[in-house]
Design a protein around this ligand. Sequence first.
Ligand code: ADP
Ligand code: ADP
Length: 228
Amino acid sequence: MLSLKNVSKIYQNGSEVTHALNDVSFDIEPNKVTVILGPSGSGKSTTLNILGGMDRPTSGTVSYNGNLINTESDGQLTNYRRDIVGFVFQFYNLISNLTVSENVAISAQLKGNKYQEMTEKYLDKVGLSKRKNNFPDQLSGGEMQRVSIARALAKSPKVLLCDEPTGALDTETSQRVFKILKSSKNQDTAVVIVTHNPLVAPIADRVIHIKDGHLDKIINNPSPLEVE
Ligand code: ADP
Ligand code: ADP
């Protein structure tokens, strides 16, 4: 459904040229958790930014259900980010002066009857119904991340992109967050996780190893040892 073909990304700052990605090709499939692994600086964030329409490749193509994303106008890319992609970040990016419910509602622009029904549905999914009227600074890190997942899911995204979603969480909380992410995949939705956390192993259907901007290997149905 979401395909990168021969994607390269070159950053140029003055005379300094960085080849962040070189000829990377792979597909992201629905109903799967795809984990992107690689050392710091290997190109994981660049890959995620390109998948999410935040950045364009220097060469190569990105397509979603056969439509080229990388050739779209800025406005079309904005629509793609809004309608197709959900984002989960390491530091949650919640809005501090909005309640938990309001944070969940905002990205899907839920209003009226839908507001109540959908915010409750997704807060229930992440086990935080009781926190709906709290503000982010009244929550633990794990709770904030669960709110941010509920916010992403309220958009019914086709692709859920997660950048180090457990980077600031302890072991037990990380496991809970990974379980919720696993339960978020379905026939319509692909989950993509960039992480260094080996606790992701039990939920990984597919692992993409990136090394120095190259696709190193892709492993389907990896054993836990292959997720490191
Ligand atoms: P992470 O590895 O946690 O994803 P980042 O993606 O923020 O970290 O950064 C990865 C690397 O990219 C770092 O070495 C950082 O210095 C470099 N980097 C990020 N943004 C820029 C930029 N605008 N200009 C130059 N280097 C950058
Ligand atoms: P990772 O997420 O695996 O840490 P990145 O995708 O952030 O890797 O970075 C890949 C390479 O591209 C690194 O060498 C990094 O320094 C460089 N880089 C990332 N973003 C920028 C940027 N905006 N400007 C210049 N160089 C960048």
